[in-house]
Structures are given as structure tokens and as C-alpha cells.
Design a protein around this ligand. Structure first.
Ligand SMILES: Cc1ncc(COP(=O)(O)O)c(C=O)c1O
Length: 416
């Protein structure tokens, strides 16, 4: 290849990237601000773009790709199920939903599963179940119930969910808002106890706040929330949509504190990075409040998703992903902590999930993410100057070292 050929190739690759981005720009609603990387294929922890450049994925689709891109076991299940049955709606039974629900319920130590699709739907469904439980079981007067949530929460983007968000960008212009929520500081069990009254039906929290910057609560917080909920006859709902399914080194983030919530909300990695699959998981005395016609979803629990979900649960039962996350997470945190004082202000998180606060003098989180992408590492900023490292759990120690070296280089080049 001559120098001119390689210049031509580079120009063609650049043109492919630019035209894909221009097409998105014209025809896709501008509700995200993606990095200028156009993925074309992926395997394991690596993404290849339309220009043929490879990137180490340190976002893992916000933890939906915990098991790696196109995990062979999950893809094999998907292929086999595609050749048999994909969708019947809940108007009929399928031979896939029951086994999936039993396996997931058993893994959670609960009786029943309400299958849905997106994470936000699982949260919406959890809120509906808690309100119905409040009416039918706790006998809260109709329309009077309240749910206690944490400040700086992130539970999704529906109208009800943004009603109890304190992110002004997520809320502004989308009112009127759904009433019935009370927010208390995350990690403050006393404030949470004070916010509960006789009409409180649930406490809804992320055990570790993801979008807020991977914020781990004080050690006594979740055990105290558990105690308070039991004492006051209030459902403890743990949104483990991002924190769950091995991301933190345990099956659930709640496991780190030995806490078992009344209701688990799951999503993202439950669909193996292949299909949207979410779930509300609880005992019969809670999920049993739903009767035919009171809730539903055409795609919820479809045979393709259920088959994939069964494989995901079987993979989690082996424990290897939790072990990898714990071991490699310790390594990631140790390496990142060494950058404190060299452009990094703080490192938080558990397992292969790290929130890294950058010295704002070095640039915004977005600018640093761009710098890292140019060096072949994909991360996403959150809240101005925090970067989140959450690679697929199939990443290796060498790949982590490589990514952290690129990060150190980005920080040193960004020095003012
Ligand atoms: C804790 C938590 N809950 C709910 C959601 C919403 O999930 P989805 O984007 O699938 O609706 C997210 C997404 O990031 C999340 O992190």
C-alpha cells in the first residue's frame, strides 16, 4: 500500500463515520449526546467502529453488557430460540416463561416474577405494585399513598419517574408531574425514617447510586433501611437495574450488606445485552396483588427474552462473573486510586464499577471521554466531571491496565 492509498483509506473511514453521524443527526431525536464513535461490530469487551478502529468498551451499555458483547452462551440461546418461537404475547402461555420465572425467583429468594422490558418499565411496575399493595394489603386510603425516594436518584425517564427526579434537565418542560413521592438525602436513614408516615407504602432506592456517580452509601444505611421498612410495614424496593447481576462483585449490590429487599427491580444485563428484559421480583403476598387486566405488556416475558433470561440466570448461578468482578474490580480501583493527585480527585464504587471525579481544571467529563476515545477507550461522563468505568465483566487484568494507562496519558495531556 502506498502512502497515498493509506491517506485515501483514512479519508474513506473518516467519511463513513461522518456520514453515519450526519444521518443520525438528521433522523434520530436529539435526546442523547453520544461520543463520535460509530460502532459496527463487537466481541467480548471490544467494539469495532465503521472505520475499523477498535475500542475497549468501559461502559458496557450502562451495565447491560455485563457478560460481554455477543457472549457465546447467550447468542447460542438466542439463535436456538429464534428458530423455535419468539412472541405470543401474554394472551397464551409459552414453554419458556415459567422456567425463566422460576429460576429468577429462586435466585432472588422470592416467589414470583413480573416480566417487563425496559428498566423504566420495571420501576413503573414496582411503583404500581407498591401502590396496589398499599391499597389492598396495608389499607391506605385510595389515592393517598406515598413512596419515599432518595435525592439524586436515577430510575429512568417516564413521566412518573422524572416526577421524583431532581435532575432539572430530565424534568424541565415535562410537567405536570405525578404526585406521591418524598425525597430524602441518600445515605441518611434518620431522614428516611422521618419521611415515613402511615400512608407510606414503599421506600424505593438504588443500593448504590449509579448515574449520580457510583455513590456507595455508609455501611449502616441499607441495613437500617431494611429495619425501618420492616418496623413500619413499608415495602423496601431495591432498584438493582444497574447495580445488580454481578456488576459489583456480588449477584446484587444489596448482598454486600446482607440486606434482602421486599422487591427487586432488575433489567439491563438480564437481557444478556441482546434483548430488553426487565423484571419485578417479589413474594406472593406482594406480587399477588395484581389481577388480570391490571397491568401488562405485549412483549413482557416473550419466549425469546425468557430463554435468554434463563441462560443469564444459569450463568449467574455459577458465580464466575461475580468472582471476576470482585477480583478485577479490586485491581481497577487500586490502579485508579494511584491517579488521585494526578488529575483524579476521588474514586468510588464496588467491583468493576468505578466513578472517578476528575479535577474540573483539566476539562469536562465529556472532553476527557473524547480524549480517551481517541486513545481507544470508551467511557461516559456523568454529572460534569465524573467518569464512569464499567467494562464488561469478561475484561482481563491486562486490558484494565491498558485502559488505565491510556486514562493516565489523557489526564497528563489535559494538564492546564
Ligand atoms: C438504576 C436504574 N434504574 C432504571 C434505569 C432505567 O433503565 P432503562 O434505560 O432500561 O429504562 C436505569 C438506567 O440507567 C438505572 O440505572
Amino acid at each position: 500500500m502506498t502512502i497515498l492509498d493509506s491517506v485515501d483509506n483514512e479519508a474513506a473511514s473518516g467519511a463513513a463515520t461522518a456520514s453515519a453521524i450526519a444521518l443520525d443527526d438528521r433522523h434520530v431525536a436529539h435526546n442523547y449526546s453520544p461520543l463520535p464513535v460509530v460502532a459496527a461490530s463487537a466481541e467480548g469487551a471490544w467494539i469495532t467502529d465503521v472505520a475499523g478502529r477498535r475500542y475497549l468498551d468501559c461502559l458496557a451499555a450502562y451495565s447491560a453488557v455485563n457478560f460481554g458483547h455477543r457472549n457465546p452462551e447467550i447468542v447460542a440461546t438466542a439463535h436456538a430460540q429464534l428458530d423455535r418461537l419468539t412472541l405470543v404475547s401474554r394472551a397464551f402461555h409459552s414453554d419458556r416463561l415459567g422456567p425463566f420465572a422460576r429460576a429468577l425467583a429462586e435466585m432472588c429468594g422470592k416467589d414470583m416474577v413480573l416480566p417487563m422490558n425496559s428498566g423504566a418499565e420495571a420501576v413503573e411496575s414496582g411503583i404500581k405494585v407498591a401502590r396496589k399493595w398499599g391499597t389492598d394489603v396495608k389499607h391506605v386510603p385510595a389515592g393517598q399513598s406515598n413512596i419515599v425516594v432518595a435525592r439524586n436518584n436515577f430510575h429512568g425517564r417516564t413521566t412518573t419517574i422524572i416526577s421524583f427526579s431532581d435532575d432539572e434537565t430530565a424534568r424541565r418542560g415535562f410537567g405536570p408531574y405525578t404526585p406521591g413521592f418524598r425525597a430524602v438525602p441518600f445515605g441518611d436513614a434518620a431522614a428516611l425514617a422521618d419521611a415515613i408516615d402511615e400512608n407510606t407504602v414503599a421506600v424505593l432506592i438504588e443500593p448504590i447510586q449509579g448515574e449520580a456517580g457510583i455513590v456507595v452509601p455508609p455501611d449502616d444505611f441499607l441495613p437500617r433501611v431494611r429495619e425501618i421498612c420492616t418496623q413500619r410495614n413499608v415495602l423496601m424496593i431495591a432498584d438493582e437495574i444497574q447495580s445488580g447481576l454481578a456488576r459489583t462483585g456480588r449477584t446484587f449490590a444489596c448482598d454486600h450488606w446482607g440486606v434482602i429487599p421486599d422487591v427487586y427491580l432488575l433489567g439491563k444485563a438480564l437481557g444478556g445485552g441482546v434483548v430488553p428484559l426487565s423484571a419485578v421480583v417479589a413474594d406472593r403476598d406482594v406480587l399477588g396483588v395484581l389481577h388480570p387486566g391490571e397491568h401488562g405488556s405485549t412483549f413482557g416475558g416473550n419466549p425469546l427474552a425468557a430463554a435468554i433470561g434463563s441462560t443469564v440466570v444459569a450463568m449467574l448461578q455459577r458465580g464466575e462473573f461475580q468472582a471476576r468482578s470482585a477480583e478485577l474490580g479490586a485491581h481497577l480501583h487500586e490502579r485508579l486510586r494511584k491517579l488521585i493527585g494526578h488529575g483524579v480527585l476521588a474514586v468510588r464504587g464496588l467491583g468493576l464499577w468505578a466513578g472517578v471525579d476528575i479535577d474540573p481544571a483539566l476539562g469536562t467529563g465529556k472532553q476527557l471521554s473524547m480524549g480517551l476515545a481517541e486513545r481507544g477507550v470508551l467511557v461516559k461522563d456523568t454529572h460534569g466531571s465524573t467518569l464512569r468505568f464499567a467494562p464488561p465483566l469478561v475484561v482481563t487484568a491486562e486490558e484494565i491496565d491498558w485502559a488505565v494507562d491510556r486514562f493516565a496519558d489523557t489526564l497528563s495531556q489535559a494538564r492546564p
